[in-house]
Design a protein around this ligand. Structure first.
Ligand code: 0O2
Length: 233
């Protein structure tokens, strides 16, 4: 793995690579690199809170359950750069990594996930980069979530000269979030071996149950709404 402390027996290329990593960690950890991403996260969170207030009022129920954000740690950026075999520089990280700024919105119902994505896609100040629909087409692990990658403007006074940065917005239901949190903790970042393959199978089964529950919850909500309307007549 990267950054072996012992210099003994290491080739010039290894040492050069380690030096690149050290420079990278310093660059990506600097205040001037992180400030625009912090600012873009803050601005998306604010927008999501506004949307939540407005939609919850209109629908008579809570729309978004929780909103959280983070700026990816320098070490996690480095690991991803190495995995993807990108050139280890801060500039390449800004250009190629889509999730240095990450925001997660957890909704109550399946259709809310798409409703929220549509609202964000229709927001003129954000430039659309990419949509990854792991709800319609879950990952092999069973992971479900809708990922929206947008270019988000930030307040120039908060950071370097750039005016916008990419933000990955993960939108999912509570059930998807529950699965994803646990799987992320035990499996996602682990090197999988045969011992874990049985557990991965179990996770896949649970992902299918999550899918069923989300669909059932949607049906139940519609049933309740119909019953309430009938009562009101
Ligand atoms: P971390 O530590 O959670 O941030 P891209 O370059 O945008 O095309 P990318 O980012 O390589 O694609 O891949 P992808 O698959 O869209 O994954 C983006 C993020 O989704 C991951 O970020 C995870 O947070 C989450 N994710 C993807 N697959 C899984 C999975 O199987 N299980 C869980 N629990 N989460 C997943 P990072 O940087 O990999 O990790």
């Amino acid at each position: 793995m990267v950054l072996n402390d012992s210099k003994e027996g290491r080739s010039g290329t290894d040492r050069q690579f380690d030096d690149e990593c050290v420079l990278f960690l310093a660059a990506v950890g600097s205040e001037s690199f992180r400030a625009p991403y912090e600012e873009a996260c803050r601005s998306i969170r604010e927008k999501l809170e506004q949307i939540n207030e407005e939609l919850s009022r209109r629908m008579g129920r809570r729309f978004i359950k929780s909103i959280e954000s983070r700026v990816k740690s320098p070490r996690s950026c480095l690991n991803k750069m190495v995995d993807k075999k990108y050139e280890i520089t801060g500039q390449t990280a800004s250009e190629r990594l889509n999730d240095i700024a990450g925001v997660r919105a957890v909704c109550f119902f399946l259709d809310d996930v798409y409703k929220l994505a549509d609202i964000l896609l229709g927001t003129p100040e954000y430039e659309f980069i990419k949509l990854k629909d792991y709800v319609k087409k879950p990952k092999a692990s069973g992971y479900q979530s809708l990922h929206l990658i947008l270019r988000v403007p930030f307040d120039r006074t908060a950071g370097r000269g750039t005016e916008s940065v990419k933000v990955e917005i993960q939108i999912r239901t509570q059930a998807m979030d529950f699965w994803s949190d646990i799987e992320h903790h035990f499996i996602y970042k682990e090197v999988t071996d045969d011992d874990l393959s049985e557990v991965e199978e179990e996770f896949l089964k649970c992902a299918k149950s999550v899918r069923k529950i989300d669909k059932q919850m949607l049906k139940i909500r519609k049933k309740i709404l119909r019953a309430k309307r009938a009562q009101a007549q």
